[in-house]
Design a protein around this ligand. Structure first.
Ligand code: AMP
Length: 127
């Protein structure tokens, strides 16, 4: 079955300019903005401007330009937030949740960039 994108999701509304966001970086294909409920001193979401439901949709269907641009913005955000491992920063954790079992809340692909503290164990499972 093909991926089915819901145009009413909150990140689609941000991209249409219907609700505000706290932008960290923006390019032709990619937007990075602060998470509204930060889970670390630095918590930035990187999203493609194209309509991709989750990481697998993006990886399968985005153009090479979109994918390269997305990853370059990740580097840009890490540098801007002082987290870059190549720039004297202490690093970060990147997380993407996909679908039901990934417990994805917003059905528009996004990568969480979290840093500014030691992030602890990779995952804690909770029922
Ligand atoms: P996920 O569970 O991976 O889908 O994460 C969705 C993330 O979007 C959560 O961390 C929310 O805090 C964040 N979020 C929801 N609405 C907004 C918004 N309007 N602006 C910024 N972040 C948001």
């Amino acid at each position: 079955m093909a991926y089915s994108y819901d145009d009413s999701n909150i990140f689609a509304r941000i991209l249409r300019g219907e609700i505000p966001n706290n932008t960290v970086a923006e390019t032709e294909y990619t937007l990075a903005f602060r998470d509204i409920r930060p889970l670390a001193p630095s918590h930035v979401l990187v999203i493609p401007k194209g309509k991709y439901v989750a990481m697998d949709d993006f990886a399968e269907n985005a153009s090479a330009e979109e994918i390269v641009d997305f990853m370059r913005v990740v580097a840009q955000v890490a540098k801007a937030e002082g987290l870059s491992t190549g720039d004297g920063g202490n690093g970060f954790r990147a997380i993407t949740n996909a679908g039901n079992d990934g417990v994805q809340e917003v059905p528009h692909f996004h990568l969480h960039i979290l840093g500014g503290r030691v992030m602890g164990p990779m995952i804690l499972l909770r029922d």
